[in-house]
Design a binder for this molecule. Structure first.
Ligand code: MN3
Length: 199
C-alpha cells in the first residue's frame, strides 16, 4: 500500500481563531503532502513495501532514517487532524477516559499541565503525547517525526510543536498555542476511541 493524503475532517476555517485556515492550508496541503510524497518515494524497493503504516514506522526506526522521518510524520499527521475539532478541548472527557486519567495521571488539571509542559520543553521540532504504556496512561514527548510507537507505547493524543503548526497564528508563543489547543481544539471522542483500542 502507498501513503495517501486524506482530506481534513472539517473545513479549513473550522478551527479559527485557535488555528487559522492559512495554517491548515500550509500544514495539510504542503507539509503533510510532502511527507506523503517523500514517504512513497523512499518506500519503493524496501523490505517494508506492502506493510501497514505502523509496521513501516516501527520497522524503519533506527534502520532507514529518511523513510522513518516521512512515515512517522505521515502517521502523526493522520491522527493530528482527527485529534482536533471545532468547539473541542477542555475538561469534557468521556467517562472511561476520565477515570483512567484520574487514576494514572491524577486528574484533568494535572494532565493539562503535564501535556503543555511536555510540549513547551520539547527543544526544537517534535511532539507531545498522551500514550498508553504497559496498560497505563503516560505523558511523553518526542523529537522530529518520532512518536510513542518507537518507545513501546501507543499514542492516543498528540500535539505537533513544529513551528509550522503555530508560527503563522502565534509567532514564537508556543505556550499560548499549546494552551489554546488543549482548551479549545482536542477531539476527546477520538482520544477515547484510540484509548479503547489500546487498552
Ligand atoms: Mn506538522
Amino acid at each position: 500500500m502507498s501513503f495517501e493524503l486524506p482530506d481534513l475532517p472539517y473545513a479549513y476555517d473550522a478551527l479559527a481563531p485557535y488555528m487559522s485556515a492559512e495554517t491548515l492550508e500550509f500544514h495539510h496541503d504542503k507539509h503533510h503532502l510532502a511527507y506523503v510524497n517523500n514517504g512513497n518515494n523512499l518506500l519503493k524497493g524496501t523490505e517494508w513495501e506492502g506493510k501497514s503504516l505502523e509496521e513501516i514506522v516501527k520497522g524503519s526506526f533506527g534502520k532507514n532514517q529518511g523513510l522513518f522521518n516521512n512515515a512517522g510524520q505521515h502517521y502523526n499527521h493522520l491522527h493530528f487532524w482527527n485529534w482536533m475539532k471545532p468547539n473541542g478541548g477542555g475538561n469534557k472527557l468521556p467517562e472511561k477516559l476520565a477515570k483512567a486519567i484520574e487514576s494514572d495521571i491524577g486528574g484533568y488539571d494535572k494532565l493539562r499541565e503535564a501535556f503543555i509542559n511536555a510540549g513547551v520543553t520539547q527543544f526544537g521540532s517534535g511532539w507531545c503525547w498522551l500514550a498508553v504504556k504497559d496498560g497505563k496512561l503516560e505523558v511523553m514527548k518526542s523529537q522530529n517525526g518520532e512518536n510513542p510507537l518507537v518507545q513501546g507505547a501507543t499514542p492516543i493524543l498528540g500535539c505537533d510543536v513544529w513551528e509550522h503548526s503555530y508560527y503563522i497564528d502565534y509567532r514564537n508563543r508556543r505556550p499560548d498555542y499549546l494552551a489554546a489547543w488543549v482548551d479549545h481544539l482536542i477531539n476527546w471522542e477520538y482520544v477515547e476511541e484510540l484509548f479503547e483500542k489500546a487498552s
